[in-house]
Design a protein around this ligand. Structure first.
Ligand code: FAD
Length: 380
């Protein structure tokens, strides 16, 4: 089905990003999987080529393209090559928008040029060992000490945790109010800010997911993002965009898995004919293709709605819920159609399967998406 919302400039952008991935990323993917981390160099090269934070103003080195279709292209192309570690979407489409929305001019002048050039990699740290879905349960706290906030606590599962130069940390600043949080920008090298383990995971092996520790970190007042105490509401405002980003990636991931599987079943024979010739295979592929195309239409519409400033949080939750569950169904079926080879890491479908599993969990689990949708329907 032809996608109608892209224009020529998006197609040109896609082509040049695809070339960038061919040249700078694909040759390094196996090494990054072994290293458990991507190279900083790839970030800098992406910055130089203009692929980080496309919406950033020209004075910061950006292209000033406030159009989520560019974000969508980046998510899709990374999913097509199954690169889960190089988290440009986290940096450009999730974290940088916090600075865009809540940083003051001095902070933007200080940080945005490095964020756009790839010198300063971003992360956002909300989750704690005892508080994930229930963010109001977080224990990391910051005390007002006049010219700085004194930050203590720890975070877990933080994407870009090892590489990040700037980390948006959510901390409780009003002990009496569970929603009384402040967002602090913690910088690499601040005394008391330590990285813990690079966590071993089922998939996404090239992604540096880590623990972070804050022991009496003196965060200057100049590093507070927006108004002190408003952090919880800022997080809630940004989660819709995060969920749409994941939905864009999920549909593209499913399409990639489908494409590989179609090729495989056309080449593999059993009982004297191609696997593709069995009715079961055709039906399974037909079901997958249908789900992918239907999901694509919904996501593309959400992208245009976010551009127009009218994407509701409940609709973003629907997009994330349905597309990531669909991705799970599709990759599982694709492994099945690969038979034993599907379980072997030398076949890309194996990595797609393990990379996909997290999508139903992070950025809000499927159950939390249902809570959001149910609440919007007046059911809670
Ligand atoms: C690889 C990876 C990368 C991540 N990256 C980041 C990051 O960069 N920054 C960050 O801050 N966090 C990150 N996370 C954390 C992620 O967002 C959380 O793991 C997720 O939100 C779930 O929280 P939890 O793990 O504490 O699970 P829990 O909240 O303990 O949930 C456990 C189970 O209980 C269910 N549950 C919880 N509450 C309800 C409810 N009200 N109704 C019904 N069911 C419920 C959940 O759906 C889930 O099935 C990452 C996690 C992973 C694994």
């Amino acid at each position: 089905m032809e996608r109608l919302h892209f224009e020529q400039e998006h197609n040109i952008f896609r082509e040049s990003f695809r070339e960038f991935l061919q040249r700078e990323v694909i040759p390094q993917q196996e090494q990054w999987e072994r290293d458990g981390i991507v190279s900083r160099d790839a970030w800098r090269r992406a910055g130089e080529a203009g692929f980080l934070v496309p919406f950033a103003d020209e004075k910061y080195g950006g292209a000033g393209c406030r159009d989520f279709r560019y974000d969508q292209v980046i998510c899709e192309e990374l999913s097509y090559i199954n690169e889960a570690g190089l988290m440009f979407p986290l940096h450009s489409s999730l974290c940088a928008p916090y600075l865009d929305a809540f940083a003051n001019d001095e902070q933007k002048d200080r940080w945005m040029p490095g964020i756009v050039s790839g010198e300063k990699i971003l992360a956002v740290a909300m989750t704690e060992p005892q508080a994930g879905s229930d963010l109001a349960g977080m224990k990391t706290r910051a005390e007002d000490r006049g010219d700085h906030w004194l930050l203590n606590g720890s975070k877990v599962f933080i994407s870009n945790g090892i590489l990040c130069d700037l980390c948006i940390v959510a901390a409780r600043t009003d002990p009496a109010n569970p929603h009384g949080m402040t967002l602090l920008i913690v910088e690499d090298g601040m005394p008391g800010f330590e990285r813990g383990r690079r966590l071993k995971k089922m998939g996404m092996h090239s992604q540096d997911t880590a623990e972070l520790f804050f022991n009496d970190v003196q965060v200057p007042k100049a590093n507070v993002l927006g108004e002190p105490g408003a952090g919880f509401y800022y997080l809630m405002q940004m989660l819709g965009k995060e969920r749409l980003t994941l939905a864009c990636s999920a549909v593209a991931g499913a399409r990639a898995a489908y494409g590989l599987t179609k090729e495989y079943v056309l080449g593999r024979k059993a009982f004297g004919r191609e696997i593709a010739k069995f009715q079961n295979t055709r039906f399974k592929l037909a079901e997958m293709k249908t789900e992918i195309d239907i999901g694509q239409v919904f996501v593309d519409r959400c992208v245009m709605d976010i551009n127009a400033g009218r994407l509701g949080d409940d609709i973003a939750a629907e997009a994330k819920l349905w597309t990531t569950e669909m991705l799970g169904r599709v990759v599982d079926q694709c492994v099945q159609l690969h038979g034993g080879w599907g379980y072997m890491d030398e076949y890309p479908i194996s990595r797609m399967y393990t990379n996909a599993r997290i999508q139903r969990i992070f950025a809000g689990t499927s159950e939390i998406m249902k809570e959001i949708i149910g609440r919007a329907e007046g059911l809670a």
